[in-house]
Design a protein. Structure first.
Length: 86
């Protein structure tokens, strides 16, 4: 999202806000569904939950600093496993 917004000369959050309003908020009605709630990663409640969750797993020793090297595909937004460099 960030990369596409930048390519279009748009603020990334404004770009995503537009997508949410045009497509995501109307989606449940289009499939005859009624959501219990709608949450975004930018919502304060979501931010608090993630911060507390990450702190808990850090305190348990499950998050640590390490060096990782590998091939990363920007378009796929993932590390490529089993792909050999040419």
């Amino acid at each position: 999202m960030y990369r596409v917004a930048e390519e279009r000369g748009l603020d990334p959050k404004a770009y995503v806000d537009d997508i949410v309003e045009k497509y995501w908020r109307e989606l449940p009605a289009r499939v005859d569904a009624e959501p219990d709630f709608f949450i975004r990663t930018t919502d304060e409640g979501h931010k608090r939950f993630v911060q507390e969750f990450l702190q808990r797993i850090y305190d348990n020793g499950d998050i640590y600093q390490e060096v990782y090297s590998g091939l990363y595909c920007v378009q796929c937004e993932e590390f490529q496993v089993g792909v050999r460099a040419r």
